[in-house]
Design a protein. Structure first.
Length: 222
């Protein structure tokens, strides 16, 4: 297999994966994002001690399984059940405290949205993907991402404005959800010499600015 085809087929696999993820979990819509991040910060304060960071089911500090069950990747957990459990808790040898009298309904709603998002995302994915720290539609962020992209990514593999390079075009792509784009940029892809990882070269914000730019390109006419 020559180099270009290697790149093509490896990236093809990434796009397929993207489609799978997109079908399984719609990326958080913008109006939902504030809700999600509010839910996440409350979860980080109140729930990680028993459910692990991002509901991983791993005790904080790496001492094995957490006291409460894993929530991430539990696609069978529906919103009603999550909401009910947060409000009422559960008695038993392992108890979950009830939050219905402690938190406002809006706060419980935000937690429910966040836990549902954790539950709906395939296990192992969301644990590495911190939520975007800003609005991905912010023109200033898109512009910063564009400049970084032009400097770092365009010349060698992706072409000017993400078109016409060795890798598939980004314009008009709707099948690359933000979290997968983030993960791909941060970690690269292995198997062929396709995509180097940038997670150490860029800060979290810089990575998300690149994602913002890619999302922006995705909305342009191919
Ligand atoms: C003191 C430890 C503890 C804390 C704190 C805690 N949980 Fe739990 N949680 C549990 C345990 C234990 C269970 C399992 C209860 C059962 O079903 O037997 C549970 C179950 C759940 C479930 C249902 C999972 C399932 O398998 O049905 C959800 C959803 C949940 N917790 C969300 C939260 C959220 C959100 C918070 C923070 C507001 C939180 N929990 C805080 C211990 C805790």
């Amino acid at each position: 297999m020559n180099r270009i085809n290697g790149i093509r087929s490896a990236l093809g696999a990434v796009w397929m994966l993207g489609v799978g993820v997109a079908l399984a979990v719609a990326p958080p819509a913008d109006e939902g994002k504030a809700r999600l991040s509010a839910g996440k910060s409350r979860f980080d304060k109140l729930c990680v001690s028993c459910h692990g960071a991002e509901g991983s089911g791993l005790a904080p500090g790496g001492s094995g399984a957490s006291y409460g069950p894993r929530l991430a990747g539990r696609v069978e957990l529906d919103e009603a059940r999550i909401h009910d459990r947060i409000v009422h808790g559960k008695h038993g040898d392992k108890a979950m405290p009830p939050w219905g009298t402690v938190l406002e309904e809006t706060e419980i709603g935000q937690l429910t949205t966040y836990v549902k998002w954790l539950a709906a995302t395939p296990a192992g994915q969301q644990a590495h993907v911190p939520l975007a720290p800003f609005d991905l539609n912010d023109p200033a962020r898109i512009d910063a991402g564009k400049r970084r992209f032009a400097k770092t990514c365009a010349g060698y593999c992706h072409g000017y404005e993400g078109v016409g390079g060795r890798a598939p075009d980004f314009k008009g792509r709707t099948d690359l959800p933000a979290d997968l784009a983030y993960e791909t940029i941060a970690k690269g892809r292995q198997g062929a010499d396709v995509m180097p990882p940038w997670g150490h070269a860029f800060s979290n914000e810089q990575l998300w600015e690149l994602v913002a730019y890619l999302q922006y390109l995705g909305k342009q006419q191919p």
